[in-house]
Design a protein. Sequence first.
Length: 164
Amino acid sequence: MHRIHIIGRKNHGKTTLVVELVRELVRRGIRVGTVKHTHHRHELDVPGKDSHRHREAGASVVGVLSRGLSAVFVPTNDESGVVDRYAAIASTFAGCGIVLVEGDSQTTAPKIEVWRAAAGDRPLAESDASILAVVTDDENPCKITTLTRANVAGIVDWILARAS
């Protein structure tokens, strides 16, 4: 699974950029998968619903299939023995040319940071050498690759060059 993480602080434009990247990749005929990573603990499955009850009863994997949308819930806790949570879901993304992950700054996978000077924070890349590039329309204070935020096609070119 070729994946790249789009990271950055809150309100720097990660979601907007991911949506634009997906549109550009799809326009180019590339099948794209996305993952939204969050450090918040919240319930993705609705408590009290059948699928939640299946999982609570001990099912290792629970799927929900409907006419318009399907989902698979895979519990990820320290007791599950799954160290790499991305490996646990990789088969779901097997047909994708690229997987964009919004978030997860702690990963060892390739990362680019979305940064806006107007948001008032310094770039994460100043203290995280594992970030490969900064996406911004501002002057980048870091001594790493700058990808122009307004040039989504150029960002996609850069991503695809690293995914092959």
